[in-house]
Write a protein that binds this ligand. Structure first.
Ligand code: PMP
Length: 411
């Protein structure tokens, strides 16, 4: 036996990606009326995830007009970063206290940011409200940082328990990092109010916490400006902050991997240090980010006509998500919180067994945590979805009620 046969023998087996397994299961299901509320992509009323018109037009313009594919550098397309900064901040220029670099998706931005923090503050703990996007904790852990989870939702599962968030964070120490979803929380659809963002920024200032905002769904909640309000408030209030941006949902360019990392720091000197280190990290991860998707987004945002086409398409996506939310909320009082939430997702309080039963009996596919993608629902399937999940929600509701009751009795 050669040495190379043993090269990987010491590795720990890894769990396959649960969502990819769910996709495969859904595809193999022969039932014509099956419903996919699992995968996290936008879908039209007829179930497609199309390339946006604005993207097609920008790609055509790039195809005929692009005259070089020469290297750009580890910072990627800087005009793209500036345009994204305008979407986030509402300001024309990246100020003296902020820099941006293009990354492969929001994931790439989170990873460079995590590596940067690990270099700057190796002992920092990253505080993340549970539940969250399952990739958050691994990204920070892989960068060598410790992750601490904190309470986030109330007992109903439909709203933020803000007092619990604040009280959990009293354990955070100066220099720790606070990860915040900028809008349209994945998986719950919840969002902090303006006052809550102000309270969080006060907390960061008082306790010396560094906010790291993950803005992956701008424009899919209430509007481009509206969805940036929290990030704007936070960035205006604190000296140091990071923001990971994804264009993959709001431009529907998922596999093209389009994102950016923005870093803000109170002094020119610390900003320069952060920039130099972020570029070194990016160079060792991917040398330079892939150009195409960012060039498409840049082309759209730089062209007033294309930009209007994109804004209208995005508004159509947002309106459809809102309409599905209203429809679901109107179907039963147990679902009313869905209408108060925003973005693609909502978390139904279903047990793992109930999720499996709903899949078996009704062909309704969602991940084990009960997250649903609202865009998987439409006029044609809503009438089948609600009766499929409702008995389980009712049973769950009764058991919550009963356990509360029995506690009351035993107290
Ligand atoms: N953050 C959150 C909360 C997300 O849901 C996602 C995508 N699922 C990302 C970041 C990463 O986005 P991207 O596909 O651009 O890497």
């Amino acid at each position: 036996m050669t040495l190379s046969a043993h090269a990987f023998a010491g590795l720990e087996p890894q769990k396959p990606d649960a969502l990819l397994a769910l996709i495969a299961q859904y595809r193999a299901d022969p039932r014509a009326d099956k419903i996919d509320v699992g995968v996290g992509v936008y879908r039209t009323e007829t179930g497609e995830t199309p390339v946006m018109r604005a993207v097609k037009d920008a790609e055509a313009a790039l195809l005929s007009g692009q005259d070089s594919k020469s290297y750009l550098g580890a910072e990627g397309d800087q005009r793209f970063a500036q345009l994204i900064w305008q979407l986030i901040s509402g300001k024309e220029q990246l100020g003296a206290h902020c820099f941006g670099l293009q990354t492969p998706g929001g994931t790439g931005a989170l990873r460079v940011g995590a590596e940067l923090l690990a270099r700057a503050r190796p002992d920092a703990r990253v505080w993340i409200g549970e539940p969250t996007w399952p990739n958050h904790a691994p990204i920070f852990r892989e960068a060598g940082l410790q992750v601490r989870t904190h309470a986030y939702l109330d007992a109903s599962g439909g709203h933020i328990d803000f007092d619990a968030v604040i009280s959990a964070l009293t354990e955070a120490a100066s220099g720790d990092v606070l990860l915040l979803h900028g809008c349209c929380h994945n998986p719950t659809g919840t969002q902090f109010s303006g006052e809550q963002w102000m309270a969080l920024s006060d907390l960061c200032n008082r306790r010396g916490l560094v906010p790291f905002i993950d803005l992956a769904y701008q424009g899919l909640g209430d509007g481009m400006d509206e969805d940036a309000q929290g990030a704007r408030r936070m960035l205006a209030a604190v000296p140091d902050a990071l923001l990971a941006y994804s264009c993959d949902k709001n431009f529907a360019v998922y596999r093209d991997r389009v994102g950016a990392l923005f870093v803000q720091s109170g002094t020119e000197q610390s900003l320069e240090l952060a920039r130099g280190n972020a570029l070194t990290i990016a160079r060792s991860l991917w040398s330079m980010p892939p150009d195409h998707g960012a060039a498409v987004v840049r082309t759209i945002l730089d062209d007033p006509a294309l930009r209007t086409v994109w804004e209208n398409e995005l508004a159509g996506m947002r309106d459809r998500l809102q309409a599905v939310r209203q429809g679901l909320a109107a179907a039963h009082p147990l679902l009313t919180s869905v209408a108060t939430q925003r973005g693609l997702f909502s978390l139904l309080p279903l047990s793992v067994e109930a999720v499996a039963a709903v899949r078996r009996t009704h062909g309704i596919y969602m991940p084990a945590d009960g997250r649903i993608n609202l865009a998987g629902l439409n006029q044609a399937n809503l009438g089948r979805f609600v009766p499929g999940v409702l008995p389980h929600l009712l049973a769950r509701d009764t058991s919550i009620f009963q356990s509360a009751k029995s506690q009351e009795l035993s107290a």
